[in-house]
Design a protein around this ligand. Sequence first.
Ligand code: AHG
Ligand code: MN
Ligand code: MN
Ligand code: MN
Length: 335
Amino acid sequence: MPSKVSLTRYLVEQQRIDGHIPSQLRLLLEVVARACKSISQAVNKGALGSVMGSAESENVQGEIQKKLDIIANEVLIEANEWGGHLAGMASEEMEGIYVVPNRYPQGEYLLLFDPLDGSSNIDINVSIGTIFSVLKMPEGDRGVDESDFLQAGRQQVAAGYCIYGPQTTLVLTVGDGVAMFTLDREQGSFVLIEENVQIPEDTKEFAINMSNMRHWDEPVKRYVDELLAGKDGPRGKDFNMRWVAAMVADVHRILCRGGIFMYPWDKREPEKAGKLRLMYEANPMSWLIEQAGGAATNGKQRILDIQPGKLHERVSVILGSKNEVERVTGYHLGA
Ligand code: AHG
Ligand code: MN
Ligand code: MN
Ligand code: MN
């Protein structure tokens, strides 16, 4: 491709050359990117735009909502509801699904999102992001309801995130590898910075919230203990640790230079499968990671093969460099 390729051009060429993104999906992704641009503007203003701090409300997960959680959710809905490419949306910040109002044409896609990932970083000026996943309405279905959203992650037709960090970067897959685009604020457009992103199979870097160590299950404890033992331990090398507390930033680092990320089930809330949400966080990130040559499991099973039972389902997440993910998964399976 030529030296400066915009997201628009990339998507047109994906549609033209490979023919595997229909024009409706291309339009949908353009609109998501536009919404991310305006969320990025709000994020950049920070205290100058009155977007910091908490709102008065709680979301369905029992988390106090930040003002930006709500703003980002509204931006995504307003940008996407009128275009005619969607039948409905679902979000971490909404209890039920959002059906496209019947004053607008109904499309055949479903959009799911974590409008603002890493909420605890908002007020301290650290990276946050938006995560999204696109599914197709089941064939012959009339009228959208929650069950239409309950599809395994391998059914996704597009997935990605936009990270609001030192740069605003959109990372996308439509099933043909992973591409990264950085927002050029002067041009107002996302410009391709890397195609066919590949994660190294081995790594010396891991990401987990170590403060939960006493709550972990045995296989995770064993794995991390071995990493901490360094070059004198069974792994024979020293490992480094990073934890941004925004999945979007931890996954971005892994896509850039490898690593393993874990938010495993733990004993704090045994009835929940984990902290992270399958539909808005684990599925889109797992597909990106697999598309870049990595792996993603819940310890026992490939995340993309999990059949969701409900919209806000939680899941244990282990993803990143293939050989490390396979090792932890092996420990869970009794290896
Ligand atoms: P969100 O801000 O969308 O609720 O998600 C936060 C998630 C995830 O991004 C991050 O990896 C994790 O929570 C951090 O959790 P801890 O604060 O328990 O480390
Ligand atoms: Mn949240
Ligand atoms: Mn999140
Ligand atoms: Mn969120």
